[in-house]
Write a protein that binds this ligand. Sequence first.
Ligand code: NI
Length: 135
Amino acid sequence: MSNLERFGVSMESDLLERFDTRLAERGYRTRSEAIRDLVRQDLVNEAWEQPNAQVFGTVTILYDHHAHGLGEALAALQHDHHAAIVCTTHVHVDAHNCLEVIIVKGLSRKVRSIADSLIAAKGVKHGQLVCSAVH
Ligand code: NI
């Protein structure tokens, strides 16, 4: 870990009260750890705003595997981008629905494009991309 530095933060009391409530709800033990995570999240967001930044994305999709041609389409999409797909986990949720988590790495514009294609595939009921990056 790099050297820790201390700094003071001024904040309106009502804003601080709301911040402390959120910290307690989310299980943070100190304001410092919560502020560090906010800063890290901002740096990850910044990385994702740069089209050529190296990033990781986790794409979660939920779909009905009876939807015509969908399973094949999703597999074809992943094969088309095999170099960027790190791994895929498939869960048979019930008799109809499947959940897949696809980990994708590469340039942010490429990862976002792959995620968009997976999520927009006809028959996908829900999909979301979670953005991460080393910074
Ligand atoms: Ni399944």
